[in-house]
Design a protein around this ligand. Structure first.
Ligand code: SF4
Ligand code: SF4
Length: 263
């Protein structure tokens, strides 16, 4: 028997918020959960916070158990993807998401942003200062995905809202901006290993970053007002956003959290 075609076809038509497409994914469809195999899922900072809390793990435990380190193309920045595993009893060499089951996704309400966007992809992700993002979208046609044969109409904006990616994109906006800025640097401008370590810490290991802020001399070295200290002590999303602002200062020497001047 021929091996089924597995290569995704990226529709060359760029889509905007009002562009339309037909799609429906549901439990009765023949291809149900096929898309949770042999794909690359880049995890965003918010994805990791949601998933590690869902699984009641520390961010470090989540990283060790469920992710693989990678380097993001054209940025030289570290990133993490979901670690896919060989399926028990499978006779093929496909690898599956650790959360996929016959009945569907075990972590559905906390599934990553990439899973939510599908079948949309996002191109030229960038977020302008003080403005809504100017991402461009496209359709990813996996040969096995039958959702396109259904007749439920969407606009891109309706799909994003329905899947909860608008919220996630807002929370990850500073992070996306960091990636886009770094990608726009000439390749000969390199970040130090220490800067990359800090990028990893803030982006993916929020529990360790919290320790770094509250259990080192950090708060003596940076000007952080009392209300912010209180907020970031109790709210991981606020801590993430604070950390990303601080990183911006560290990596790009601007707009970040200010260091204290010597008396
Ligand atoms: S392959 Fe497409 S239609 Fe099938 S389960 Fe995945 S997203 Fe839904
Ligand atoms: S997280 Fe859920 S939706 Fe995403 S690939 Fe895994 S099983 Fe599928």
């Amino acid at each position: 028997m021929d091996k089924p075609e597995t290569k995704a076809r990226i529709d060359p038509v760029m889509l905007g918020p009002d562009s339309r497409f037909n799609f429906k994914c549901h439990k009765e469809i023949k291809c149900f959960t096929r898309c949770c195999r042999d794909i690359n899922i880049i995890l965003t900072p918010y994805d990791i916070i949601q998933l590690k809390n869902r699984l009641q793990l520390s961010s470090e435990q989540f990283l060790a158990l469920y992710t693989e380190p990678q380097i993001l193309e054209k940025t030289d920045l570290p990133m993490v993807t979901m670690k896919f595993l060989e399926e028990e009893g499978s006779t093929t060499d496909t690898k599956a998401c650790p959360f996929v089951r016959k009945e569907g996704c075990l972590v559905y309400t906390d599934r990553p942003t990439t899973c939510r966007y599908y079948p949309l992809g996002v191109a030229n992700l960038s977020h302008k200062e003080d403005a809504e993002g100017d991402a461009v979208y496209f359709l990813v046609h996996e040969p096995h995905c039958l959702g396109f044969e259904e007749d439920t109409p969407w606009t891109v904006e309706q799909w994003r809202e329905d899947q909860g990616v608008d919220l996630r994109d807002r929370i990850n906006a500073e992070w996306t901006d960091l990636l886009v800025r770094k990608r726009s640097f000439p390749p000969n401008i390199k970040l130090t290993e220490q800067s990359k370590k800090m990028f990893f810490l803030v982006s993916y290991n929020i529990d360790k970053f919290k320790q770094f802020v509250f259990e080192s001399s950090f708060l003596k070295r940076y000007e952080v007002d009392a209300a912010t200290v209180e907020k970031i002590r109790n709210d991981e999303i606020a801590l993430l956003q604070f950390g990303l602002k601080w990183l911006k200062g560290l990596l790009f020497k601007k707009e970040g959290v200010q260091g204290k001047t010597s008396p």
